[in-house]
Design a protein around this ligand. Sequence first.
Ligand code: ASP
Length: 512
Amino acid sequence: MKLHWRILLALVAGVAVGGWFQTSLDAPPWVGLDVADAPDGVRVTAVEAGSPADRAGLERGDVLASVSRDQGDEASRRALRSPADLASVLEETGLGEVRWLEFGSARDPVPVTVVMEPGCERARWIEPFAFFADIFLALLKMLIVPIILTSIITGVTGVGTGRDLRRMGLKTFAYYVLTSLLAVVIGQVLVNIVSPGSGAALGLRPSDKFEEVAGQSFWDVIKRMIPTNVFDAFSDNGAMLQVIFFALLFGYFITQVSDSHRERLSSFFEAAFEVMMKMAEFVLGLIPYGVFVLLVKVVGETGFGLFRPLGLYMAVVAGGLLFHALLTLPTLLKLGGVSPLGWAKAMGPALMTAFSTSSSSMTLPVTLETVEKRGRVSNKTTSFVLPLGATINMDGTALYECVGVIFLAQYYEGVSDFPLTIGVQVQVVAMALLASVGAAGIPSAGLVMMLTILGALGLPVEGAALLLAVDRPLDMLRTVVNVWSDSCGAALIARTEGERPLVEEGVVVDTG
Ligand code: ASP
């Protein structure tokens, strides 16, 4: 069976089993908390040590003022006037759904999250699934540093040293950076408008390690990009920017040493990159199982409430990708004198292969063939622009990274006061760009990279696991956009080199 069908099957099975846990296994409401009447809400009179109430930071004497499902949404906020109110809220919650209790004064509410009591029957059943979900995540995280390192070094050494190549290299890089940046910005605008993560009931545990991020200015981030010790950077999944910075420099200077060294090192990193791709393929082959255990865990704990925000998130990614593929890139083609419609028609086979394999690298042979034979771009241009593009130019991935990270940040902003400031938004743009450069052209590589951005922001990587459940269709779409952008780049760069792509078909808009 094709991988995407197996993933779909795993998704359905995971939702079914999780849903069954959710509806038929007992889970007592939020326990470990005794409350009494207070003038402005209910007062906490006792908190059992180690209980969810304790972990959420509630203390004796706190006043719970209200409960809301959707933060900032007055309509769904309910005042807590008596202990009976609280009991009925918890009853309804059934521990599946996440709600926010707000304590402190009504004007200055502090949210805490209602989570499942770990000792209950349902939690016990979910535990083994959570265990395998964690193992799966650890396998993904294991791949991050070596993949970034080898993929970037291989990409950069591929640029070569000759003067011609230099010139073409600069143009190519300029194109990559421009289009990826446009893609990220589109994603960012959309995700901020739609705001799919705000107040979403995703059932992820709140976290409180955000102080570090909050204090960082843009310049701090720039400064932190330079590792003071590369081995420190390699040993920390949150230090992705440092690894990328080092890899870019290292790759560049490989091209500056004597031929024998250069050849040896480039072929070494190429070989290492291929091994990493094989390893990644192996780990990613486990995705159907990963999706299954994750969904059992998440649906079992949280219920079905999370599908609405997830659906919204998917719609934002898909909408952004469509916008970029149908408007931004065609506009660039038009400016460069290539007919967008003609070019899209010619690129059909490559785009279709990208859609069905979810891998720019696997599609590369088809892309080369298509751009040369159907697009009539010279081999000199394609053999330079396309292999490089397949590893480092990923517009679709860049957009997706940005939307995914901000979606989760919006969620954590609601449940645990994550400071989603302009500074953080700028950081996300920069990191999404770099992550798209570092992502390998294989299925779900973008998701692996997302773990590093989350890590760098201090956000729990558990969030990415949730996105994994619905990743495949988005992966297919973003891979099409990645390959489409590579092919548009080839056409445009061919034009600037004096070539006339597509000209035999007579569809080129020749501006002379
Ligand atoms: N699958 C994508 C590609 O190969 C990378 C990603 O996961 O975003 O282009």
